[in-house]
Design a protein around this ligand. Sequence first.
Ligand code: AP5
Ligand code: MG
Length: 218
Amino acid sequence: MNLILLGPPGSGKGTQAIRLQEADGLVQLSTGEMLRAAVASGSETGRLVGSIMEAGELVPDDIIVSMIDRRIDEPDCAGGFILDGFPRTLAQAEALDEMLARKARRLDAVIEIAVDDGALVERIAGRFSCAVCGAGYHRRFQPAAVEGVCDRCGATRFLQRPDDNEETVRTRLVAYHAQTEPLLPYYRARGILRSVDGMAGIDAVSTEIRAALGVSAA
Ligand code: AP5
Ligand code: MG
């Protein structure tokens, strides 16, 4: 199964993609994570995109499209993938159509995680991740079982993303409404869009996504 998770910053795309990856063996393809890895490595792409991301703007389509085009060809994607944060513009959606046709693959579903703008700033301001294994947390909604210790690997160092501050979140939301929301009618017209209530708790959202996809409970 090949999916897109579509939703504003902080809507829970990454949280839900990881759950689907663990339960169903699909591979999470997060363009945000790929770009952050490029920035951390100091590569040419990383140098180009770092300041754009910190400002909360969208990275140019050609950089993103070629990154995804190459990644989908890797063997681990053969059994299915979850696109998390891609496509984000109509040009990216059209490029995805073209690349999937060329690779004789198809899109099975697009899941919109709908969340009110007002909830997103708290979601993002409270988010942090393990500095060692990358496991994601939220101060209020997804705390570690033992405060200050990663549930997954036991590390005690945590990080916040440089774009996770209130001012940048507002710019990211403007980009979402102006450039990404037009993808909803694009996929609705094809009959593959499903919307879930992202204001519900994390487990309830997972259940709703699984029901929308017609897969059994994890
Ligand atoms: P990216 O990394 O994709 O960021 P984003 O879309 O802004 O989304 P987030 O990762 O912030 O949120 P999420 O939906 O994954 O939420 P999460 O699950 O973490 O992109 C970053 C930047 O890279 C972009 O701004 C852009 O510059 C660039 N970029 C990336 N892709 C691009 C593209 N295709 N084109 C151009 N530029 C691109 O959840 C958030 C928090 O809330 C967590 O702490 C979580 O624990 C908590 N939470 C999750 N679900 C719930 C729930 N149901 N209830 C309560 N809390 C919840
Ligand atoms: Mg994310």
